[in-house]
Design a protein around this ligand. Structure first.
Ligand code: GLA
Length: 389
């Protein structure tokens, strides 16, 4: 949708002649480092050029009016700054309302606003459409009300909205990537300290291909929260001997030497994944820096296997997609990306092999699962921002 169209819709939907300002925030794909963020490890995502867009104008009163062109069935959602509460009926609008709520915890924002949303992010595909909605709302309020919050703070606000308002106990990765994305770069983020660095994505002749299973990851919330508490319990048992705050602080060797402290074999597998995946992520960044994409791809494959066997968050569709991808000529590596239980696989594929890859993988995947997949070439885009036209 063109910027002008969104502005015209704004007038139509909110019945106002105020000129709205335009903002956007991207989705993300995680290259490696899955289920490591809330375990105090590293992640390696990049922001995409899929975005949630917002046309917005501030109001003088405490009213909030929200509308999404992607969720027209929900209709106009009206709320008041003084009475914000999660409500299932508010559907998608709980994400931006959560952002208003998280800002209020900091004594912000001073007034309500009208916000019209539209996005081209595939929904429920594990590419963080929800974080892009949160960050689109956060950057909108930050700019409209001249709050002056740094983007890292906007990421935390987005995460608080999701954790405390919506009730999904996610880590910081998605909101951080959406807030801090940089075109043609991935972000290596230490989720323990929030120290980060940008890594140029110079993939000479290789594409990042996102393969959408089109299996919605709808059961993710309960299973996600369960994985999180299993990892936390394993950590507490390790802490009886080790002075660590997070699984991300452990090397593979330290884990192996102490793993018997974790009494439950399932929890031991969960912790093993968190430790090894974190180390893989650090190795992957080194491989990227050294231009060794073969190595990067092998680490991606190992990541998928660990998510399948030790963390158990893949499922039949993601496994079928990864397996089909691994067989193709010109594939350096492939793994599930995001929370799991449906959603997308991300693959590194040589440019000249991309067309055959799509054809063959689509055929095999559909025959096995009955779902038709979609493919997108990932372009690493910029983070949340105002759009000037
Ligand atoms: C979801 C969460 C993130 C992260 C990933 C798994 O996307 O929102 O915080 O935990 O799952 O890596």
């Amino acid at each position: 949708m063109k910027h002008m169209e969104l502005k015209n819709k704004f007038a139509e939907i909110f019945g106002t002649d105020k000129t709205p300002r335009l903002f956007c925030a991207p989705a993300r794909v995680n290259l490696i480092g899955e289920h490591t963020d809330y375990n105090g490890g590293h992640v390696f995502p990049c922001a995409l050029s899929f975005n949630t867009y917002v046309a917005a104008a501030k109001r003088g009163d405490s009213k909030i009016r929200l509308y999404s062109l992607n969720f027209e069935k929900t209709g106009l959602v009206e709320a008041d700054l003084t009475q914000l509460a999660f409500n299932k009926k508010q559907d998608w609008a709980n994400y931006p309302l959560g952002v208003f709520w998280a800002m209020l915890q900091r004594g912000l924002p001073p007034a309500g606003a009208d916000l019209l949303f539209w996005g081209d992010v595939p929904l429920g595909a594990g590419l963080s459409s929800s974080a892009s909605i949160e960050l689109a709302a956060a950057v909108t309020l930050n700019t409209l009300f001249a709050l002056g919050l740094p983007h890292t703070e906007l990421a935390k606000i987005g995460q608080e909205a999701e954790n405390q308002f919506v009730g999904m106990n996610c880590g910081i990765m998605d909101q951080f990537a959406s807030a801090m994305g940089k075109a043609n770069h991935a972000i290596l983020l230490n989720c323990n300290t929030l120290a980060y660095e940008y890594a140029p994505l110079e993939l000479k002749g290789v594409s990042i291909l996102i393969c959408n299973t089109n299996k919605p990851h709808n059961l993710i919330e309960s299973k996600y929260n369960e994985r999180r508490s299993q990892s936390e319990h394993a950590l507490r048992q390790l802490q009886s001997r080790l002075p660590i705050k997070a699984l991300g602080e452990l090397s593979e060797e330290a884990f192996e030497a102490n793993k018997e402290l974790i009494t439950d074999p399932v929890e031991r597998k969960r912790a093993k994944h968190a430790v090894y995946e974190n180390q893989r992520t650090l190795k992957a960044e080194q491989a990227l820096k050294a231009g060794d994409l073969e190595k990067f791809g092998q680490l991606m494959n190992a990541s998928h296997i660990s998510l399948r066997d030790d963390y158990e968050v893949t499922g039949a569709e993601l496994d079928a997609m990864a397996q089909a991808a691994w067989k193709q000529p010109g594939v350096l590596g492939a793994r599930m990306t995001g929370g799991g239980f449906g959603g997308c696989v991300v693959a590194l594929v040589k440019d000249e092999a991309v067309e055959a890859f799509k054809r063959n993988v689509a055929q095999e995947y559909e025959a096995k699962t009955g779902y038709k997949p979609d493919f997108y070439i990932a372009a690493a885009g910029d983070g949340a921002r105002e759009l000037k036209d």
